[in-house]
Write a protein that binds this ligand. Structure first.
Ligand code: SAH
Ligand code: F3S
Length: 490
């Protein structure tokens, strides 16, 4: 059978989609190639969030196409995911060696498409149509890699942590963001469907599950049918004020608030009941969805780890409003305060954009002060990138590239300095880690994660994989901790 290599760009959702495609192909008899060299099929799962991510994937495909044309003309080349969705046929027009362009609602069709192309029944396939129910198709996992079909008996899976996609799409329409156009309207899977998948994973040895979605705090507000009825996505040129109408649409939600708990908290409760599951994470929530019911869940549900990734984007209320984020700096800081009250020591990470159109020096300094005030454990900083058809791309006062870079550098220094202090403060302390496997940088050592989502590298063996272990933190590096299990696990 043909071998496939999938290269993934972008976020955890993309990683999850790639895993589901790989699992689907393995189930059909394909093998997974360890690298692009020698693979019969090469798929790039793409990201559109910033221009840089798109250019990287296009550059990669150009190189692959040149090599394939010269040396291996039968290799099948494909684009999947967000850029495939937003650019469609245009990608083949530009890169005629590409055989397949598969959109974000079509991952489950990958095997069928490849079969058709490999059998010579079809030459090129571009499939970026909407598909009702596609949110429930990302369900196959690849816990044992290529070996899944061989041999029985119980052995530890390659993965002790797993991602589970709970919803697709986003209706927030932040003015800088392309995701609502590439991933479509919010569509949520049902609670029993998600819990079933989680149970299955736990029965195979998974200890930690991360629930995934673009805006998980909006989980359950819209199910597939509602999204379909609500119809078209807002066109990028439509004024943001029209969003008020959309929000009323969301009120016809299939999952109602029960006992003051949102659908997302109801889902957390249901997943929490799974015996054998040790840890629950989720990403990404939206600050506006951080109600008291979710804060209360942190206090009540021990499997929910002390970690939250809460994208803030900016510390300036003026910029937050232009971004259409739906919260103020004060409200954001208030959520963090409540979270820290519910779970002292909780790890807080964030996403920040610098150089959003109209961002002044004063606005940027407010982001710096917010970072110092909140004391993030880590932050992903993005230089604003104009995305076509998004409202911010047409806003006046685009910030010159040099200033974006300078602000990126200044913020990075602040984030690194805070991170260093926070990580160093953990030296000498004890922490529980879940051992994930060999360290990527040094495969002779093992790596695990604390409940606060900090990576700990230690001297261990493969038999430790999947174990919850107490370690003493002996040293702090740059956003990495080093631990010694012997001291506490005698
Ligand atoms: N809700 C999703 C957001 C996906 S985009 C999630 O958190 O997974 C991830 C991050 O990319 C955003 O939080 C934002 O900080 C950044 N981003 C999105 N659009 C951008 C743009 N046009 N320019 C720069 N950064 C952007
Ligand atoms: Fe993008 Fe904002 Fe949704 S960042 S994914 S539009 S919450």
């Amino acid at each position: 059978m043909p071998s496939v290599y999938i290269k993934t760009y972008g976020c955890q959702m993309n990683e999850r989609d790639s895993e589901a495609v790989a699992a689907q192909l393995v189930a059909k008899g394909y093998t997974l190639a360890p690298s692009e060299v020698g693979a019969d099929v090469i798929l790039l799962n793409t990201c559109s969030v910033r221009d840089f991510a798109e250019q990287k994937a296009i550059g990669k495909m150009q190189n692959l196409a040149a090599d394939v044309r010269k040396n291996r003309p039968n290799v099948v080349l494909g684009f999947m995911g967000c850029m495939a969705q937003s650019r469609g046929q245009e990608l083949i027009d530009r890169l005629p060696d590409v055989d397949l362009v598969l959109g974000t609602q079509k991952f489950h069709r990958a095997a069928d498409c490849l079969d058709e192309i490999l059998a010579g029944r079809r030459d090129k396939i571009v499939d970026v149509a909407e598909e009702q129910g596609s949110e429930a198709t990302i369900r196959e996992h690849l816990l044992y890699g290529n070996a899944s079909k061989n041999g029985g008996g119980h052995r530890p899976p390659l993965q002790v942590t797993a991602f589970v996609s709970i919803m697709q799409g986003c209706n927030q329409y932040c003015t800088f963001c392309i995701v609502p156009y590439t991933r479509g309207e919010e569509r949520s899977r049902s609670i029993p469907d998600i819990v079933g998948e989680c149970r299955q994973l736990v029965s195979q040895g998974v200890k930690e599950i991360t629930l995934l979605g673009q805006i998980v705090t909006s989980y359950g507000r819209r199910r597939a049918s509602e999204a379909a009825v609500a119809g078209r996505a807002r066109s990028p040129s439509e004024p943001v004020e029209n969003l008020e109408v959309r929000r009323r649409d969301e009120d016809i939600a299939p999952y109602q608030i029960k006992d003051g708990r949102s659908a997302f908290v109801q889902l957390l409760n249901a997943v929490h009941e799974i015996d054998g599951l040790e840890r629950i994470r989720f990403t990404s929530p939206h600050p506006k969805g951080y109600g008291d019911d979710l804060i209360e869940a942190y206090a009540r549900l021990p499997k929910l780890v002390e970690s939250a990734h809460l994208p803030v984007q900016s510390g300036s209320d003026r910029v937050l409003k232009l971004m259409h984020r739906g919260y103020t700096r004060e409200r954001y800081a208030g959520i963090i305060e409540k979270l820290r009250r519910a779970r002292p020591g909780i790890g807080i990470t964030t996403d920040i954009i610098v150089g959003f159109p109209g961002e002044t020096e004063d606005d940027f300094e407010q982001t710096l002060t917010l970072a110092r005030e909140v004391q993030f454990d880590n932050a992903y900083i993005f230089k604003y990138s104009q995305r076509r058809d998004t409202p911010a791309a047409a806003m006046p006062d685009q910030v010159p590239q040099l200033i974006r870079e300078e602000r990126n550098q200044r913020l990075l220094e602040v984030i690194n300095e805070i991170g260093k202090r926070k990580y160093s403060a953990l030296v000498g302390r004890q922490a529980q880690i879940l051992v994930e496997g060999p360290s990527k940088k040094n495969p002779a050592r093992m790596t695990g994660r604390t409940r606060c989502n900090k990576i700990v590298v230690f001297d261990g063996a493969d038999r430790h994989r999947g174990q919850l272990m107490d370690v003493k933190i002996t040293r702090a590096g740059s956003f990495t901790l080093y631990g010694d299990p012997a001291i506490v696990n005698l």
